[in-house]
Structures are given as structure tokens and as C-alpha cells.
Design a protein around this ligand. Structure first.
Ligand SMILES: Nc1ncnc2c1ncn2[C@@H]1O[C@H](COP(=O)(O)OP(=O)(O)OP(=O)(O)O)[C@@H](O)[C@H]1O
Ligand SMILES: [Mg+2]
Length: 230
């Protein structure tokens, strides 16, 4: 079962410095929200606050369940999938074993079969993950999140460093996840990804939601230009 993901008044601080301040947003099942903003805007901190990889104030809800007091591992087990910034896979394990480890932690069968979503991984199942290309590692990182049977999915800059062809493929994969019913919260630097998905858009600047709209909005490029320059 997929669930709505909501955050209310989320604040993430490092020491005395606030990286995210009072952020509220809701991602409904079968929709995608793109969190856009410049380097250091607080996008990664938002996702890490949601999955408790960083301590955060405010509320995090998965469906009707308030998970705000739960540990990171409990949130992961209960269904907040997180594809971390920078493609975290186990480099010394094969692709198949990476998927087995992820599936072994799951509480249920995945809604989407990771290898049906990402058939390009099938020829590489017996290879060490560390020997894959950057694009293949990104696909594996997504497959691992899916294998863990999440009920909502966070992705942190999945297109970072990828060729235009692979960016298109990532857009397609995110659309498939959305259409399978997941609430998808996607962090991106690339406007074209939010546009390609016609995602709901939240633009962060200095940790605050400065603008909300949609990927198809004609003024989004101007809004982002402002957010990046100031
Ligand atoms: N572990 C940390 N300790 C201290 N400050 C941090 C830490 N991680 C991030 N920050 C600071 O918090 C702010 C937000 O960083 P964050 O990584 O969330 O931004 P981002 O929007 O994901 O940027 P990027 O596009 O570069 O990934 C920045 O000022 C950053 O320097
Ligand atoms: Mg980041």
C-alpha cells in the first residue's frame, strides 16, 4: 500500500545554523513533488530530516501515522524509501546481492518489482556494484530503494552527473514510480526534470519555501533564476 507523505513545520539545524526552517508540504500518493533550489538551499537536509538521518523538529507523517519520534531505521523499515545523494550502493557486493540485502530488510513484498522497473540491471546481476558506471549505480540505488518495499519514496538528485539520455531515462523511471502509486519527493537541480514530470514544485531558498507551483508553469525558469542568484 502506498501512503501520503507530509511534513509540517520541519526545521533542520546544524549547530546553531538553520538549514531548513519551518517547511510544510504534502505529497499525495501517485503524485510527484520536486524540491528545487541552489546549492546549499536545504534540499538534502529536508530529505535527511524526513528519514531521521539528521535530527529535525516538526512533524513527519506517513499516511495517518505520525513517525516524528521514530528512529531512522524504523522509518526505513516502515516504508520511507530514500535514494541518497551520491548513489549509495555496496560496492563490494554484486548487483543481485545489493538487491537481496535491501529486500531482506523489507516488511512486505515490494509494490513494484525492481528488475521490472529497471530491466537494464538484469545483464549485470553478477557484477560487483563498484564496477558499474555512474548511471548503472544510480539505477541500482533506485532499485534497492524499491526492493525495500517502501510506501513513499524520496530521491536526492538522481540525475546528477548523468548524460542527457540517462536524464530522460530517470524522468521515465520517476514517472513509473509515481504512476505505480507512490508519493515521490524528488530533489533536483535541473528544471527540465520537474518540467518533464509536470511535478508539483517547491522552490527552497535558504531553507525556506520561496515559491510553489508546477513544472509546467511558464514563469518557473524566472523564479529559479531569482532563487539561484539571490
Ligand atoms: N553535516 C553538516 N554540517 C553542517 N552544515 C551542513 C551539513 N550538511 C549541510 N550543511 C549546511 O546546510 C545547508 C543546506 O545544505 P544541504 O546539503 O541541505 O543543501 P542542498 O540544497 O542539498 O545543496 P546541494 O544542491 O549542494 O546538494 C548548507 O548551508 C550546508 O552547508
Ligand atoms: Mg543536496
Amino acid at each position: 500500500m502506498t501512503e501520503r507523505l507530509a511534513i509540517e513545520d520541519l526545521t533542520v539545524r546544524y549547530g546553531g545554523v538553520s538549514a531548513v526552517t519551518g517547511l510544510t508540504l504534502t505529497v499525495e500518493p501517485a503524485t510527484c513533488t520536486a524540491l528545487l533550489g541552489a546549492n546549499g538551499a536545504g534540499k538534502t537536509s529536508t530529505l535527511r530530516g524526513i528519514t531521521a538521518l539528521e535530527p529535525a523538529q516538526g512533524r513527519v507523517l506517513l499516511g495517518e501515522q505520525d513517525v516524528s519520534s521514530w528512529s531512522a531505521s524504523r522509518r526505513a523499515r516502515t516504508g520511507i524509501g530514500h535514494v541518497l545523494e551520491g548513489r549509495h550502493v555496496f560496492p563490494g557486493l554484486t548487483v543481485a546481492d545489493n538487491l537481496r540485502v535491501a529486500a531482506g530488510r523489507a516488511k512486505a513484498a515490494p509494490i513494484v518489482d525492481p528488475l521490472e522497473l529497471l530491466p537494464e540491471l538484469v545483464p549485470h546481476l553478477d557484477r560487483r556494484a563498484g564496477g558499474l558506471s555512474g548511471g548503472q549505480q544510480q539505477m541500482l540505488a533506485i532499485a534497492r530503494a524499491v526492493a525495500a518495499a517502501p510506501r513513499a519514496i524520496l530521491l536526492d538528485e538522481p540525475t546528477n552527473g548523468l548524460s542527457p539520455k540517462l536524464v530522460d531515462r530517470i524522468i521515465e523511471i520517476v514517472a513509473l514510480l509515481r504512476d505505480a502509486g507512490f508519493a515521490v519527493l524528488l530533489v533536483e537541480q535541473r528544471l527540465e526534470v520537474a518540467q518533464g514530470l509536470d511535478a508539483d514544485v517547491v522552490v527552497l531558498r535558504h531553507g525556506v519555501a520561496e515559491h510553489r507551483g508546477r513544472g509546467s508553469d511558464g514563469d518557473l525558469a524566472d523564479v529559479l533564476h531569482h532563487a539561484y542568484l539571490s
